[in-house]
Design a protein around this ligand. Structure first.
Ligand code: ADP
Length: 599
């Protein structure tokens, strides 16, 4: 019993298969917090890196657009220098140059070679109407067929007198730029300010393709005067140095497009004068990383640049760093998740195991307590009747020696009584030992036959207690259970009903009713009209060796304990109701399909 008792406790708790623990279910909220933090950190690192990359690209883009504007300005400043040098040359020549001198001058400064983008360097004379004849006379010295065109009557004329090289500019020679407002306005602005000025976009007389171009003017005055005011300048004006240039050529000369990574267009007012932002262009990006607009003060005109980043720019700007950070971060977070989940699962398992071990330990120590109590009680209960028997036997022997027959018979009866008690205790102990080891299969139990057997076995007790025993079985189908267990349950409960019958009542009886229980099971009610169980015994009545204090009848205190063990072994339940009028025990047994193991 001792060894087996321990085994019955230990295996259930410690050897039980661990329940599977879901990875996610195992995690604590702190773990989720750590994971959320790690994910947030990954996201922030990715955002930060992406922003840094974008910022770097923006700076690069701005540097590139700045470079372009700077190059265009530089180029124009060089043109301006060329014009200013021309004006200074005329000044040093005393305000007059003839065609050959100008040609020598312009050729000597290498106009086409050194200033790519401009089509030539020329001189426009300011000719009031009354000086027209003498002007034409001077010009016709070298060019007899020189004339001003278009022909018109005006107060003053602004004819293009010279242009070098003449090739490609021939149509410009003799052109009176005052015939058209755009040219005249720029010329007048140059005159009035004494600075280089540009016309708005025009179709150059030299340009057959009609691409937008400009005339760039710089004034020269009477070398005898130093005009300071607008009026003085107007009075002193002799003419303008001018250079025609095509915007396309200016840009081509100024900027190598392949290396720029940025394309742009230019507007003068509403007019588009230059456009690289063409969808059909090789490097065109329909959805550019950056687009900016920049105004540029351009010699009296307002130019607007629109810059677009190209596909090459996008390729150069795309960095893998943010993606690597993001993917790397997510991978690390996933590993962290796996680690935390694993750790949590292990720790949950460990704590479950610890709880199980604790329960097992508690079970074990309870079993130990029960065992010592059991040892003590059994030794005591077995020894007590034995002592009494020996005492009575001694007395009987002495009685016999004295020849007293009547008292000897009484002593022998008492010895028999004690032996019967001993027999009862040993039987109960035997039953107790068996209770955990009954492996008998469930079967249809013939309750009626069983109760008849119980009635038979308790005949003496019935007689002794003067109590009747009756029963009724009203089950639709036979109880399906382990017969030996059902028999011990009935024997114990019925014998208790008989034992604790109330002597004060004229009729004493015990009744067993087997009726339909829940879910195909059976309910067995064992009722008596005996002395009843005091209320303060509730909760202990099924404990091992429990007996009500002044129980009038002999007993081991194992009966109800045994009953409970059998009921539990069959998966049933037991309860009772008791008053001084009597007691009813209710045993509910489920319908069994197979033998239950000991525990
Ligand atoms: P015992 O061997 O003393 O009968 P049991 O375990 O069978 O031990 O019962 C425990 C105690 O419960 C008994 O001592 C008795 O006082 C009380 N008891 C059990 N059944 C009845 C009953 N039908 N009527 C009154 N008292 C009962």
């Amino acid at each position: 019993m001792d060894r087996e008792g321990r085994e019955a406790v230990m295996p259930n708790s410690a050897r039980a298969e661990p329940e599977p623990i879901g990875l996610i279910a195992a995690m604590h909220w702190q773990h989720w917090l750590i994971l959320a933090g790690a994910l947030a950190a990954t996201f922030l690192a990715w955002r930060f890196s992406a922003q840094q990359e974008e910022e770097k690209a923006r700076v690069r883009f701005e540097r590139r657009t700045g470079d372009i504007i700077h190059l265009v300005r530089e180029r124009m400043r060089r043109y301006e220098d060329a014009l200013q040098a021309g004006a200074a040359f005329i000044d040093t020549m005393g305000g007059q140059v003839d065609l050959p001198t100008w040609r020598r001058y312009a050729t000597s400064i290498g106009i086409i070679r050194k200033y790519p983008g401009i089509n030539g360097l020329g001189v426009i004379h300011f000719v009031p109407a009354d000086s027209l004849e003498s002007y034409l006379g001077e010009q016709r010295v070298f060019r007899p067929d020189f004339d001003i065109h278009p022909t018109r009557k005006a107060d003053a004329y602004w004819p293009i007198s010279y242009i070098v090289p003449v090739a490609g500019n021939r149509e410009a020679v003799g052109l009176d730029i005052a015939h058209e407002r755009n040219r005249l306005e720029a010329a007048q602005r140059a005159r009035d300010t004494g600075t280089a000025q540009s016309t708005g976009p025009i179709v150059l007389a030299q340009d057959k393709q009609g691409a937008p171009g400009f005339l760039f003017f710089f004034p020269f005055y009477d070398p005898q005067r130093e005009p300071q005011t607008v009026d003085e300048r107007r009075a002193a004006l002799r003419g303008l140095i001018y250079a025609p240039f095509a915007v396309r050529k200016l840009m081509e000369g100024a900027l190598a497009r392949e290396r720029r990574l940025v394309s742009f267009s230019i507007r003068d007012g509403d007019e588009l004068i230059y456009d690289e932002n063409l969808e059909e262009a090789r490097d065109y990006d329909a959805n550019p990383l950056f687009v900016t607009r920049e105004p540029l003060e351009f010699y009296g005109r307002q130019w607007h640049f629109e810059f677009r980043a190209s596909q090459s720019f996008r390729r150069e700007s795309v960095s893998l760093q943010p993606k690597i950070i993001l993917i790397g971060g997510i991978v690390i977070d996933a590993l962290l998740f796996a680690l935390l989940a694993q750790v949590s699962r292990s720790s949950r398992r460990a704590s479950r195991q610890a709880a199980r071990l604790q329960r097992a330990q508690a079970d074990l120590s309870r079993a130990n307590d029960e065992l010592s109590q059991f040892n003590y009680r059994t030794s005591h209960d077995l020894i007590a009747p034995l002592k009494t028997i020996r005492g009575f036997a001694d007395l009987a022997l002495r009685d016999l020696a004295r020849g007293g027959a009547a008292s000897t018979a009484d002593l022998l009866r008492r010895i028999d009584q004690q032996a019967a008690r001993l027999d009862q205790i040993v039987r109960d102990l035997l039953n107790l030992c068996q209770v955990d080891h009954l492996q008998e299969a469930a079967e249809p139990v013939d309750l009626d036959a069983l109760l008849r057997g119980v009635d038979e076995s308790l005949r003496d007790l019935k007689q002794e207690r003067g109590a009747a025993f009756r029963w009724s079985v009203t089950l639709r189908q036979p109880l399906f259970a382990q017969t030996a267990r059902v028999r011990q349950i009935l024997e114990n409960l019925v014998s208790n009903g008989l034992k604790y019958a109330d002597d004060a009542k004229p009729e004493r009886w015990v009744e067993v009713r087997a009726i339909e229980g829940a879910r195909g099971g059976a309910r067995i009610e064992v009722e008596d009209n005996g002395i009843g169980i005091p209320e303060d015994a509730r909760g202990r009545i099924f404990d091992m060796f429990f007996r009500v204090g002044n129980s009038p009848q002999f007993g081991s205190g194992l009966g109800t304990y045994l009953v409970k063990k059998h009921v539990d072994a069959m998966g049933g339940s037991i309860d009772y109701v008791s008053t001084p009028r009597g007691t009813v025990f209710f045993v509910d047994l489920p319908r069994q399909t197979k033998a239950r193991s000991a525990s």
